[in-house]
Design a protein around this ligand. Structure first.
Ligand SMILES: Nc1ncnc2c1ncn2[C@@H]1O[C@H](COP(=O)(O)OP(=O)(O)OP(=O)(O)O)[C@@H](O)[C@H]1O
Ligand code: SF4
Ligand SMILES: [Mg+2]
Length: 348
């Protein structure tokens, strides 16, 4: 692998779920366009944040790149190797390098297994015997994630939510991965615990050089964690940029709206901080709007937005690597139009 080959390279990634209907013979009558043509890269050791409202396709993207799900279209390369349709056997060496951490630390740990067994699980499945034995490695992992190595024989219910997520992190680290997809790893935790787990992940990223795709609902969480951030809307990336460019110079109206909902303290330098409350609901991914998918909620939509899908490109005024999919990108001076109800109440 040459030094500029990204660790993960995704192009045109698409997942459509068939919708069945009809009587007496059920047939495919449509498709949920959950993920619709994503292009992005993740460099070695880098953290990419993936942000968007519920149902925009974040988890599906995570499951596609960890190959828990087959894509409908597109290509996934890992270290330059095309793994899009690799078989279980072909995937084996790569599987251990790509791990996933899930949102719910309760559901993702087997309640009948000891912590030692849970963390050693991936080593057993992959028949890996580290020097000094699996138990020694498990104790090391417990220590890395800030748990007492003596608690090897305890069961998940004996731990708090935050500690359980630490167990999930230890399990993900067992095979020395190069890439971790973390799907809302702190959303289910108490706010007071969230920062501790984010700090742990940050430490893991830094000390062990592991790349992350960090999935989150809002821009506040990923701000402290991700060097680059992609914003998704209805199965598409609408904006992607280095952290400072995205938070300091949001060009897509949707990014702007999401940022306006982030608590003041975390985005102090963002221009025009009026709160934008988006009108209406997210349209169905079965029948997404023509042209720009955001147009039904955008205060600047024109006929062009309905007829032409805006490409994800470096629009004028963006730095290199900052891509925006909008015909009329925001500027620092753009003030949200009056059609949008601006929220005068303090952010809850
Ligand atoms: N197995 C499936 N079969 C059919 N539709 C699915 C399936 N999985 C997801 N979807 C649909 O695909 C779309 C994207 O779902 P996904 O779970 O990826 O969104 P998300 O961004 O992770 O949402 P959330 O923030 O709620 O976790 C949704 O409309 C969802 O209902
Ligand atoms: S392309 Fe048009 S509808 Fe879409 S975000 Fe830009 S201005 Fe709004
Ligand atoms: Mg999800």
């Amino acid at each position: 692998m040459s030094s500029n080959t990204p660790l993960l390279d995704v192009s045109g990634l698409t997942k459509h779920f068939p919708v069945k209907g009809g009587f007496p013979i059920r047939r495919t009558i449509g498709a949920v366009q959950a993920v619709d043509g994503l292009d992005f890269q993740v460099a070695e050791g880098e953290s990419l944040g993936l942000v968007g409202e519920s149902g925009c396709g974040k988890s599906t993207t995570g499951r596609l790149i960890t190959r828990l799900m087959e894509p409908t279209d597109g290509k996934i390369s890992y270290r330059g190797q095309d793994i899009t349709h690799a078989t279980r056997k072909q995937l084996a060496p790569v599987r251990s390098e790509i791990q996933m951490i899930f949102q719910d630390p309760y559901a993702s740990l087997n309640p009948r297994q000891t912590v030692g067994k849970i963390i050693a699980g991936p080593m057993e499945i992959n028949e890996i015997n580290p020097a000094g034995g699996r138990e020694k490695r498990v104790r090391e992992l417990l220590e890395i994630v800030g748990l007492n190595p003596e608690h090897y024989n305890r069961f998940p219910h004996e731990f708090s939510g935050g500690q359980r997520q630490r167990i999930g992190v230890a399990r993900a680290l067992a095979l020395q991965p190069k890439l971790i997809v973390a799907d809302e790893p702190v959303s289910a935790l108490d706010v007071s615990i969230q920062a501790q787990v984010v700090n742990l992940l940050q430490k893991v990223q830094r000390d062990l050089g592991i790349a992350f795709v960090f999935i989150a609902h809002d821009l506040a969480v990923v701000r402290h964690f991700s060097q680059r951030v992609a914003v998704m809307y209805l199965g598409k990336i609408v904006e992607i940029a280095d952290r400072d460019d995205l938070y300091g110079n949001p060009r897509h109206p949707y990014t702007r709206a999401l940022l306006s909902a982030v608590p003041e303290a975390t985005v102090e330098e963002t221009p025009a901080r009026e709160r934008i409350r988006l009108q209406g609901d997210v349209p169905s991914p079965i029948n997404p709007p023509s042209g720009c998918r955001f147009r039904t909620r955008c205060w600047k939509a024109t006929e062009k937005c309905a007829s032409e899908a805006p490409p994800l490109v470096q629009v004028e005024g963006n730095k290199a690597g900052h891509l925006t999919a909008c015909h009329y990108p925001e500027t620092a001076e753009t003030v949200p139009a009056p059609r949008l109800a601006k929220d005068s109440e303090p952010a809850a």
